[in-house]
Design a protein around this ligand. Sequence first.
Ligand code: NOJ
Length: 530
Amino acid sequence: MEWWKTATIYQIYPRSFQDSNGDGIGDLEGVRSRLGYLKDLGVDAIWLSPFYRSPMKDFGYDVADYCDVDPIFGTLADFDRLLEDTHRLGLKLIIDLVPNHTSDQHPWFVESRSGLDNPKRDWYVWRDPAPDGGPPNNWMAFFGGPAWTLDERTGQYYLHQFLPEQPDLNWRNPAVRQAIYEVMRFWLRRGVDGFRVDVMWLLVEDALFRDEPENPHWQPGQWDRGRHLHLYTEDQPETRQIVGEMRQVLDEFDGDRMMVGEIYLPYERLMPYYGTPERPGCHLPFNFHLITQGLPNWTAENLRRVVEEYQASLPSWATPNWVLGNHDQHRLASRIGHAQARVAAMLLFTLPGSPTWYYGDEIGMVDGVIPPERVQDPAALRQRGVAGDQGLDPGRDPERTPMQWTPFAYAGFSTVEPWLPVNPDYPERNVESQDADPFSMLSLVRTLLVVRKATPGLLEAPYESYKAPEGVFAYLRGRVGLVALNFTGEPKTLAVPPGEILLSTHLDRYGVVENALELRPHEGIILKLS
Ligand code: NOJ
């Protein structure tokens, strides 16, 4: 079976994982120095958020050179060493591909904006102003304000779904497609195992540039982009064709190269990104439903619904995938508390398919405390002053704080004050102390990953619903494994066939169960059925 069908992917935000050169910002050498930790943790693959040359307006999601490493993070030689060591340990490495937009400092955009007749003009999306001189249509950017910025010198507007410093590439232009496919080949030849593709569902916009209709549910003061229904800026039919082309590029290479696509869409519009068995598309279109629908209503009944609706919409041949956190979402433990974060980990690692885990969640890192004057996230900074915001919203910074390795200065992340403040809880919450504690969250995640690999049913067998009392979500994996998760603070009892406890989220309980499984408050159990 291809590795990515069951792989546990660990996301690293390189700025925040490990600083090796004392500048307060994480780097590739830092990641390399922690590979042993990741191997011991038991993950199978690493996804590295962007490390390319960038003015860092969106911390690397504004790429100025797709084929080089930003000096903040190191050099191409550092990357090669990291990749080699990752492979030596039997781990895979996937990297972020940001094809929707470049930095405004990318040479392609510098050329494109230099004149109406420049051969690269059509590499980006340029339009004449509306008759009143304003933007060509009503499209709004994700980070606030219109999705159009006027280039005074040439008198046209360019499109940007994110910051004005992140102009959108024109994916209708075949030369752009080929240029990005060459970027993919550049990294595939170097040996990467695949890509996490940024905003895959936003690559193409309506060819007629129609205004988007008003969203009747939007209230003044809410997020700008929520004003409209995104009929013309998201999920256009051409996008799936492009994904098919990206797949062909991956398939030019041997060794099961793959892609994970960032796609925030409901099931019926997400599934087509898998393609078909004859014309496959994205290997793993990210399933964000545990984040978007599960975390806000963390009950057994809601989670059962989210999981089973996804399973029911999934094509029979497609590989499921699950994720509970990333660099754009508040921390798992902050959203549901430490006791339930353990239940969440058992859920994630016992569902069929491929789970993705966000760095630091294995020690239960919580959202960081960011004083207003230290906010870095451009999305938050742009919203300041909008709709009465007092400038206190730290945006996505809280989930990007430095990894907490030790109880010592700067949590062992750096030797100087880091780019974002270290969480004040680091003296108690860090890898070193949890490593020494057999009941810690870290010990739980490690053990879960061992049990996952050692119990073939958990990796390969189909999911089957199992009846449980209110507050408990239970399921079978191939009639050999039963997972029972107590989402409440009350004890619960579940009727079960005879079996043996393989693991409790409390890490203190093994042995035989006859026909009634007593679950303690906030306890999850994996039972091996006899
Ligand atoms: C999605 C990324 O996850 C986010 O961090 C980034 O700001 C936008 N894409 C723009 O690239």
